[in-house]
Design a protein around this ligand. Structure first.
Ligand code: GCO
Ligand code: MN
Ligand code: MN
Length: 388
């Protein structure tokens, strides 16, 4: 029942299962990945039930590779993917590791860096297309400042927009069948990051030349880092028709980007999230952007991969149980019951406006009425903890 299958569309970033365990204070605790490892990992992930692998250009092709080396690497990896039956549903550009991006990529103050970033993104998109990716993610890891005096902050947003408009033009001219998904993250690795939340991205997208072409890739940990609710960010993205992709992991609020195994910390939020995705028919990849604790060896990494998928499927089962629980559903229905027959009055018409004016409301009685949310929450908790 908790065995993942390709239809579940679980994916892993190439950088996730291969994370060598480096942190700001400690060196690697696992081997730095090479192509041979990634080819072997494709088989392992398929065996575990994953659907695909997502990658940054430089996860696969070193930034220094010649065109001939690039083609050779891509061909080798493509064969491994085909043998394993894995897809690459999403690709992205690394615009944060190399020193050239230390003051930003699309929003760098230096126009030559911005020009190089666009060129790199075009080549990354070409690579994504070659691997049949359908979604291209942009995480602007270096788009920000430590010194606000070093950039015109309004101009920076314009530059960010110009870059996406350029790349939308490029993709359309090439006739590529790929859409963009923007990923927000607050407060790191720059001192301040532009467009730091999913909500900020959603607002920005509407200012692009072709907003329909662009959605979001919200990440659990990133909203938590800002002290915000991930389910609420995802709900807004769903409402806007913009949930093109999702990065699942976990995170204690107020910490640095921990990228922990999905549903290893915030069980209740993870449940709400799975419920949102399942109830709203989200059909995109469920991408785990997390990495194993740096205490783990390779065996621990595969346990970590399996654990992400297993947790999702356990929570999916809990969602079905919640949706079928008569007592819980009665409480949910009671909370929104239209006992006074007013629901139809809340679409604006002059008549409805008059009807609302004419109506009397017993606000004391409404205010005094208990909502039974304590009971609902306890029953939900009982269900999640396995005693219901
Ligand atoms: C992070 C980000 C990245 C992005 C990745 C793909 O915090 O490191 O989440 O992992 O998701 O660069 O865009
Ligand atoms: Mn992250
Ligand atoms: Mn991410």
């Amino acid at each position: 029942m908790y065995t993942p299958r390709p239809e579940d569309k679980f994916t892993f970033g190439m950088w996730t299962y291969s994370n060598p365990g480096r942190d700001p204070f400690g060196d690697t605790t696992r081997a730095v990945p090479n192509l041979e490892f990634h080819c072997r990992a494709a088989g392992k992930l398929a065996e575990l039930g994953a659907y695909g692998v997502n990658l940054h250009d430089n996860d696969l092709v070193p930034i220094t590779a010649t065109p001939a080396e690039r083609d050779q690497i891509v061909a080798t990896y493509r064969k491994a993917l085909n043998d394993a039956g894995l897809k690459v549903p999403m690709a992205t550009t690394n615009m944060f590791s190399h020193a050239v991006f230390k003051d930003g990529a699309f929003t760098a103050a230096d126009p030559t860096v911005r020009a190089y970033a666009l060129r790199k993104a075009m080549e990354g998109i070409d690579l994504g297309m070659e691997l049949d990716a359908k979604i291209y993610v942009f995480w602007g890891g270096r788009e920000g400042t430590e010194v606000d005096a070093g950039k015109d902050l309004v101009e920076s947003v314009k530059r960010y927009r110009d870059a996406f408009n350029f790349l939308i033009g490029y993709v359309k001219d090439q006739g590529y069948n790929i859409k963009f998904a923007l990923e927000a993250k607050p407060n790191e690795p720059r001192g301040q990051i532009f467009l730091p939340t999913t909500g900020a991205m959603l607002g920005f997208i509407q200012t692009l030349d072709d907003p329909d072409f662009v959605g979001v890739n919200p990440e659990f940990a990133h909203e938590q880092m800002a002290g915000l609710s991930f389910p609420h960010a995802v709900a807004q993205a769903l409402d806007a028709g913009k949930l093109f992709h999702i990065d699942l992991n976990d995170q204690a609020p107020g910490r640095y980007d921990q990228d922990l195994r999905f549903a290893s910390v915030n069980y209740k939020d993870a449940f709400t999230l799975v419920k949102l995705l399942e109830d709203n028919g989200y059909s995109g990849s469920k991408h785990f952007d997390a990495h194993a604790y740096r205490t783990e060896d390779e065996e621990g990494v595969w346990q970590f991969c399996a654990g992400n998928m297993r947790n999702y499927l356990i929570l999916k089962e809990k969602v079905a149980q919640f949706n079928a629980d008569a007592e819980i559903q009665a409480l949910v229905a009671e909370l929104q019951a239209d006992v006074d027959g007013v629901a139809g009055l809340m679409t604006y018409t002059p008549d409805n406006a008059s009807a609302l004016r004419a109506r009397s409301f017993d606000i004391e009685a409404l205010g005094a009425k208990g909502r039974k949310l304590e009971l609902l929450d306890q029953l939900t908790g009982d269900l999640l903890l396995g005693v219901r």
